[in-house]
Design a protein around this ligand. Structure first.
Ligand SMILES: Cc1cc2nc3c(=O)[nH]c(=O)nc-3n(C[C@H](O)[C@H](O)[C@H](O)COP(=O)(O)OP(=O)(O)OC[C@H]3O[C@@H](n4cnc5c(N)ncnc54)[C@H](O)[C@@H]3O)c2cc1C
Length: 389
C-alpha cells in the first residue's frame, strides 16, 4: 500500500504549543550551553512536564498515545526554534524497543514512570570501536549466570549516558562463530544505570564538535538481572532494527527543522544586508542557493511525511525511513552551508548561532547511520544490485 499524503497539516496545534514552549529558551540559552558543554536539563524537564517526550507512549501507560507524525512535528519545531532536540530525542524512539518487544511486566514497570518523567530513558548503546557500522560484529558480551547476565565490553559515542537512568543495550549472548546467521546471537537489555556507575560501568565523556553529551561506556563484570532481557535471547538485532526506522524518521524531522531555521535566517539577512548599494539577496548568486535549499527541504519533508505515514500505518518503511534521513540531512547541511555563505564573516561569529546550528546538523549525515550505508541499502535492498558486504 502506498502512503496517502494529506495536504493539510494535522499537527498545527501541537506545533504551535511546542513553538510556544521553545520561545522560553532563547538563543542565548542554547549558546551558553554550547559554550559550557552543558546539558539542557531545564529544557528537557519542561518537555517532560508538558508530556512531549511521552507522545509515543500509549495512554494505558500514561503517555498520550499519539503517532510518529506528531513526534516528528515536535522535534521539527524544537530545531526550527533554534534549539537542539538531540539532547532528548532518544527518549522517544528507544522506548519503542521496550514497547514493542518488552514483556507486560517490563512495560508496566518502566513505561508509566518514563511517561511521568520520573525515569529517563535517554541512552541507546549499540556502537563499538571495533565494529563501526557493522553492528553484527559488536563484541560486548553478556553471559548468563543463574538469574543474571554478566556484561563485559565497551561502547563508544553513547549519547546522554550521564543524563539517563536507563540504557537500552545491545550485547552478544552467543559468539558470532556459533550462530548460523551473523545477526543472530545478539540480545537487548534494559540496563539500570543508577547504582551501576562505579559498580560495573564506567562512563567517560567524549568531547565532540557539538554539544551532544557523548560518552564512552565500559562494562566490567556488570551484573544485570535476567528479567531485564527484552524479548528472546538472540533476537536482539531484529528488535533494534525495528526501532531504527523510527529513529531515522525522527532525526530526519529534526533536520527539516534545522533547514527551515537556516533558510529563514538566510533569506531575511539576504533581504536586509546591503553591499554595493543593494541587498545582497538581489544578486542571484546569493538568492538562488537559498531558493535551492528551500526546494530541497520541501522535497525532503515530503519523504519524511511519507515515511512517518507508512510507519504509523504499520507498513514496511525501511527504504523511506532511510531516504528521509539521507535527504533531510543533506538538505539541512546544504541549507546550513548556504546560510554561512549568505552571512559571510558573520556566519562564523558565535552570536549569530549559525555556526552552532551548522555543527549540530552536520552530525546527521553520519549518525545514526551514515549516508554511504543508506545508499548501500537503497542500491541492494531497493534496487536489487549486488551487495558489497
Ligand atoms: C556525536 C555522536 C553521537 C552518537 N550517538 C550514538 C548513540 O547514542 N548510540 C550509539 O549506539 N551510537 C551513537 N553514535 C555512533 C554513530 O551511530 C556512528 O558513528 C555511525 O553509525 C557510524 O559508525 P562509525 O563511526 O563506526 O563509522 P564507520 O563504520 O567506521 O564508517 C566510517 C566511514 O566509512 C563509511 N563506510 C563504512 N563501511 C562502508 C562500506 N561498506 N561502504 C561504503 N562506505 C562505508 C561510512 O559511511 C563512514 O562514512 C554517535 C556518533 C556521534 C558522532
Amino acid at each position: 500500500m502506498d502512503a496517502q499524503l494529506s495536504i493539510d497539516d494535522p499537527y498545527t496545534e501541537i506545533r504551535d504549543a511546542v513553538a510556544h514552549l521553545c520561545a522560553g529558551y532563547s538563543a542565548e540559552y542554547w549558546r551558553e550551553l554550547d559554550k559550557a558543554r552543558r546539558y539542557p536539563t531545564e529544557f528537557v524537564q519542561a518537555l517532560n512536564e508538558s508530556g512531549y517526550l511521552a507522545v509515543l507512549i500509549p495512554e494505558q501507560y500514561g503517555g498520550s498515545g499519539l503517532d510518529l507524525g506528531a513526534a516528528c512535528a515536535i522535534l521539527e519545531e524544537i530545531q526550527k526554534s533554534g534549539g537542539n532536540g538531540g539532547a532528548c530525542h532518544a527518549q522517544m524512539y528507544t522506548m519503542g524497543t521496550l514497547l514493542r518487544h518488552g514483556s507486560d511486566e517490563q512495560k508496566s514497570r518502566y513505561l508509566p514512570r518514563i511517561a511521568a518523567g520520573e525515569l529517563r530513558l535517554q541512552a541507546f548503546g549499540v556502537t563499538e570501536p571495533g565494529s563501526g557500522s557493522d553492528t553484527t560484529r559488536i563484541r560486548t558480551r553478556a553471559q548468563r549466570q543463574g538469574d543474571h547476565y554478566v556484561i563485559n565490553g565497551q561502547k563508544i559515542f553513547i549519547s546522554r549516558a550521564e543524563h539517563s537512568d536507563l540504557m537500552i543495550l545491545l550485547a552478544r549472548t552467543t559468539p558470532r562463530d556459533q550462530v548460523g546467521k551473523r545477526s543472530g546471537g545478539l540480545s537487548v537489555f534494559i540496563v539500570d544505570l543508577r547504582g551501576a556507575v562505579g559498580n560495573g560501568i564506567t562512563i567517560r565523556p567524549i568531547d565532540t564538535m557539538m554539544n551532544h553529551a557523548s560518552t564512552e561506556v565500559f562494562f566490567e563484570d556488570l551484573k544485570v538481572p535476567a528479567e531485564n532481557l527484552i524479548g528472546k535471547e538472540g533476537e536482539g538485532f531484529r528488535y533494534i532494527l525495528d526501532g531504527m526506522n523510527a529513529e531515522r524518521i525522527l532525526i530526519a524531522a529534526e533536520c527539516i527543522g534545522d533547514a527551515r531555521w537556516f533558510i529563514e535566517k538566510a533569506s531575511n539577512y539576504a533581504s536586509e544586508r546591503e553591499v554595493f548599494g543593494r541587498p545582497i539577496g538581489a544578486n542571484q548568486g546569493v538568492q538562488f542557493p537559498i531558493a535551492r535549499a528551500y526546494a530541497q527541504t520541501e522535497a525532503a519533508a515530503l519523504m519524511v511525511s511519507k515515511a512517518a505515514t507508512l510507519f504509523d500505518a504499520q507498513e514496511r518503511c525501511g527504504a523511506e525511513a532511510n531516504m528521509a534521513k539521507m535527504l533531510a540531512s543533506d538538505a539541512s547541511w546544504f541549507a546550513g552551508d548556504t546560510c554561512i555563505q549568505t552571512f559571510g564573516g558573520y556566519g562564523f561569529a558565535t552570536e549569530y548561532d549559525i555556526e552552532r546550528k551548522f555543527r549540530e546538523t552536520c552530525l546527521y549525515r553520519v549518525a545514526p547511520v551514515s549516508t554511504n550505508l543508506i545508499l548501500s541499502h537503497i542500491g541492494t535492498h531497493v534496487l536489487g544490485m549486488p551487495k558489497s558486504f
